[in-house]
Write a protein that binds this ligand. Structure first.
Ligand code: SF4
Length: 463
């Protein structure tokens, strides 16, 4: 598919170290062959000659085997590589490309690895990687992990992307026996109970490992600004610190992160400028997009990672795909819930809201014939969802003042979290409980609607 490049495209190219722009008869790969394109390429990228001997067109005939073993790798014997020299080469390359544009980095990656490299596409704004690859005019491969739990919108988006770029995405699926064992033993939503790591390991990490075993390099959409405190060290290219490639052993895989230095807003500017199709979930407030049960929209101003695995601590919010870029906490980083809690001031401050201590809550749990009903929010002051409901909870407390329902709050993060999870049904923050007058059993508010009317309806149904 040829894309008309208008003057607005200079937004992309102007970043390429001020290279002059020139029109070149580039080649685009589509539907099994190379097709001429009348697109504009930066002169400095030299896009023609070497490409004619380029790699097999995997996008035309997607592999149906268990891994995405590239045909080029099966045709040519792998070179004997001095790994120490290669590591040094990659480190030097990372320095050389630190200030390069994403397009320049993508071009270098595709030029260097040909059919032995593929873009990992999650179905979110990392579609920018596909656009950059497309803009280089080189053939490229794309793979995606189909966990079986993605949103319908994401599947539709995959289809749209395939059609837009004339490519086939090489999907990787989890091992059916492993999924079966997990679900039969622990149910469909075990990640809400004991964390997402086990499910992610089965549905994402192992399929990814299989995919990467067929490659020498991969391209990710990791950005430094995605997880402050955990992804702050993402070089544009690195020897993959976690996974192995085709030759096996550590150092056998190279990871390219062309948008490492690009801010989320700038990625969106590119997508809009180039009229790239985007996942319709973004229009519903989703920023980061993953599996349906583990992704939700975020509030204005919230960080995108807060829409993922929101019931877990910030420091646990990596699925294992990019563990090597997770920075250890130093004691003052904002990745730590405990440390966040130390610097954020308290919320739900009102004369009509009782600040319950641990013994106070334990008393509520024991009391069988209490005089009043109690509504209690389990919260963490740093939690943006708690902050968002502060006004309605204070208003609720004002409305209930002097009635037979008392309103309380219990700070349930840090040291109190394990107790709250075990005894108070804490899943994610905020959790709202109602302790009826004549029962020792607390009833958990089941809805995400936290406006005063919804909360009053809940209380009135139980008081
Ligand atoms: Fe499982 Fe959620 Fe991880 Fe998807 S994101 S693999 S559903 S835990």
């Amino acid at each position: 598919m040829a894309l008309a490049v208008t003057s607005s495209a200079s937004i992309v190219f102007n970043n390429i170290n001020n290279n002059n722009l020139g029109t070149e008869q580039g080649v685009l790969f589509s539907n099994g062959g190379f097709q001429p394109s009348d697109r504009v390429f930066p002169v400095g990228l030299s896009l023609t000659r070497k490409r004619s001997a380029a790699v097999t067109a995997v996008n035309a005939e997607p592999k149906r085997s268990d891994s995405i073993v590239p045909s080029a790798a099966t045709v040519f014997a792998p070179d004997v590589v001095d790994k120490t020299a290669e590591v040094e080469d990659i480190e030097k390359l990372a320095k050389d490309l630190e200030n390069a544009s994403p397009l320049e980095i993508m071009d270098k990656a595709l030029e260097k690895y040909g059919n032995d490299i593929a873009i990992a596409f999650s179905g979110a704004e990392d579609v920018a990687l596909i656009e950059y690859a497309h803009l280089t005019g080189r053939p490229f491969r794309v793979f995606s992990l189909d966990t079986g739990r993605l949103n319908p919108e994401t599947y539709k988006f995959f289809d749209q992307v395939e059609k837009h770029y004339g490519i086939r995405i090489e999907y990787m699926f989890p091992d059916a026996v492993e999924v079966q064992a997990l679900v039969r033993t622990k149910g469909l939503f075990s990640f809400y109970e004991d964390g997402h790591q086990e499910c992610c390991s089965v549905r994402k990490v192992r399929p990814l490992r299989r995919a990467l075993k067929g490659l020498r390099a991969w391209i990710t959409g990791q950005r430094k600004d995605q997880s402050p405190g955990t992804r702050s060290e993402v070089p544009v290219v690195q020897v993959d610190p976690v996974f192995e490639g085709l030759d096996g052993g550590s150092g056998s895989l190279v990871k390219w992160n062309p948008v490492a230095n690009v801010a989320g807003n700038d990625v969106w500017n590119i997508l809009r400028t180039m009229e790239v199709p985007v996942n319709s979930l973004h229009a519903q407030g989703y920023i980061s997009i993953g599996c349906e049960p583990c992704t939700r929209s975020v509030l204005p101003g919230q960080h995108e990672r807060e829409g993922r695995w929101w019931w877990e601590d910030a420091k646990a919010k990596e699925c294992g795909l990019h563990k090597g870029n997770i920075k250890e906490e130093t004691g003052n980083g904002n990745a730590s819930v405990g440390n966040e809690s130390a610097v954020v001031s308290d919320i739900f401050e009102s004369e009509n809201i009782v600040n319950l201590t641990r013994p106070g809550v334990e008393n509520l749990l024991k009391m069988e014939n209490r005089k009043d009903g109690w509504v209690v929010v389990l919260y963490a002051p740093w939690c943006p969802f708690c902050q968002a409901m502060e006004a309605s909870y204070v208003e609720l407390a004002d409305k209930l003042a002097g009635t037979d329902v008392k309103v309380g709050k219990f700070r349930a993060d840090a040291d109190q979290k394990a107790f709250a999870q075990q005894e108070l049904q804490l899943g994610s923050f905020p959790t709202i409980l109602f302790f009826p007058k004549h029962s020792s059993r607390a009833i958990k508010y089941p809805s995400e609607k936290r406006d005063v009317d919804s909360l009053m309806a809940f209380i009135n149904a139980l008081r």
